[in-house]
Design a protein around this ligand. Structure first.
Ligand code: SF4
Ligand code: SF4
Length: 484
């Protein structure tokens, strides 16, 4: 095989294997060189802001409600201070659909900008855990040396302190995570009460801590490769107009190291000796591998857009630094699109983006309409399970009903239930008249109907729910009576 062919086949090997998987199927641990540069600095500032937001989230309240609460156990959800109940499932579905379509539109235009700048996994891993690792174990080469070193005092101290800090951080993150699920008050109760009173909560804390520790200490980039659905889907959302972290192959190729260039320049080797064809002209890439060494995913961005790339921008900084050193313009690796690099026209509003945006507008319109139409009270009236009708004097029959009424507002509501049709009597059985803010009230009542109002075995009842004398809801239920 000619050396030109060998060289090109060598360049294509990334297609056959993952950088993090060894030939025997084991894990290739990534020792990423510590990044530095303007993008890394900017990402550090953005990460600090987002971390501040994440850590303060459970303690921020809007009208007494947490900013975000995903209480699956009690089926209570608060998003930006607005409480949603299981009865609002349709709203959540539309909200989620709109959010997913928004991500698709955003990705089609800006690629995986979210992964690099705002994803909690990237922020915690690159801006918290890896910084601690660099601080304790040093840069990539020092980490490799430490890995290969025998278990001496220095190695034990470094490894124990690193993993100790990692576990402590994972414990804090799991507590915060739990606060987003059960609320800060319940979390404080779990922490301050005797452990025997909150065995479930403590078990959740220990499990979450273990999961976060495992993710940030060991799994790391494998989460982005194999667990995150967004990363797996990105290839179908991107096209040649999408903005990505890209290597400008038009400017960079043919790549050759400084040493090889020198050899050709001074006549110590010919282009053919180095595996290039005769009319090769070298591009700006000096094949220094700095962009590969800083990559936390272990990939070579020069192979093009890849599933593994989380757009962390570390390779942009590394390459800009090299370009400064060799006196070439920055941006050999930069945010760009395939079309821009090829010198073709690039469009933001492609038919695909317009189509996605139209779907997004429709979903958002439906969501906002449903949200504004959402009634303040949500009432359910059901005949009490397991009961039949009772026969009263004067051909009157009665059924017992259970009432559930949810107050979605931030104010206490006084309500009244009236039977609108057919003509009959509503007798409260300890029924409540007020429902606390963002809460649920339950009660029972009796409906008495004279026989001439019955339409058969099953008669439909219509109730009106009144607040301040104004009917705000109509609810129907069934009444069973004897067959005529
Ligand atoms: S290729 Fe560049 S942007 Fe992508 S993950 Fe690696 S260093 Fe980050
Ligand atoms: S850092 Fe720049 S010059 Fe060096 S190998 Fe990567 S792309 Fe080429």
């Amino acid at each position: 095989m000619s050396s030109e062919k060998e060289r090109l086949i060598g360049k294509d090997q990334f297609r056959d294997r993952l950088a993090t998987v060894s030939e025997t199927g084991g894990r290739n641990w990534i020792y990423a060189k510590k990044p530095s540069g303007r993008f890394y600095n900017a990402r550090t500032i953005v990460s600090l802001l987002l971390l501040g937001f994440f850590f303060s989230g459970p303690f921020i309240t809007i009208n007494g409600n947490p900013l975000l609460l995903i209480n699956i156990l009690e089926r209570k959800f608060v998003i930006f201070g607005v409480a949603f109940w299981p009865q609002d499932l349709h709203l959540l579905v539309f909200g989620m659909l709109a959010f997913i379509v928004f991500i698709v539109v955003f990705t089609a235009i800006f690629g995986r900008l979210f992964c690099g700048w705002a994803c909690p996994q990237t922020i915690f891993l690159e801006m918290v855990f890896r910084k601690i690792e660099y601080w304790i174990e040093g840069d990539a080469s020092a980490q490799i040396r430490l890995k290969r070193a025998p278990w001496n005092a220095e190695k034990i101290i470094k490894k124990v302190s690193k993993h100790g800090i990692f576990y402590a951080l994972a414990f804090i993150i799991s507590n915060l995570f739990l606060a987003y699920i059960i609320g800060k008050d319940q979390l404080f109760e779990i922490i301050t009460d005797p452990p025997s009173e909150h065995a479930g909560g403590l078990a959740a804390m220990i499990i979450f801590s273990g999961v976060f520790y495992g993710v940030f200490a060991f799994m790391r980039e494998q989460v982005c490769h194999f667990v995150c659905p967004y990363g797996r889907m990105q290839s179908v959302m991107l096209d040649n107009n999408s903005i990505n972290v890209m290597y400008d192959y038009v400017r960079g190729e043919e790549r050759a190291s400084v040493g090889d260039r020198k050899k050709v320049e001074v006549g110590k080797a010919t282009l053919a000796d180095l595996g290039f064809s005769e009319n090769t002209s070298f591009g700006d890439c000096i094949d220094c591998y700095q962009c590969v060494k800083v990559c936390p995913m272990g990939i070579d961005i020069r192979n093009g857009t890849q599933l593994e790339c989380v757009h962390c921008t570390a390779c942009i900084d590394a390459c800009d630094d090299i370009m400064d050193k060799i006196d070439k313009p920055r941006g050999l690796i930069r945010y760009s699109s395939e079309n821009i690099i090829r010198g073709e026209e690039t469009k933001v509003f492609t038919p695909r983006v317009i189509g996605y945006s139209a779907i997004l507008v429709i979903l958002l319109s439906v969501f906002i309409t449903l949200l504004t139409m959402r009634s303040d009270l949500e009432t359910t009236i059901l005949r009490q399970r397991g009961t039949l009708y009772q026969t009263l004097p004067n051909n009157v029959y009665s059924n017992i009903y259970e009432l559930k009424i949810i107050n979605k507002t931030f104010d206490e509501m006084e309500y009244e239930i009236r039977l609108l049709a057919p003509e009959g009597e509503l007798v409260p059985l300890g029924i409540m008249e007020t429902v606390p803010p963002q809460d649920l009230a339950e009660g029972r009542f009796l409906i008495k109907l004279p026989q001439n109002q019955l339409t058969g075995l099953q008669t439909e009842l219509t109730f009106g729910v009144y607040v301040n004398g104004e009917q705000i809801e109509t609810v129907t239920s069934g009444f069973i009576g004897p067959a005529n």
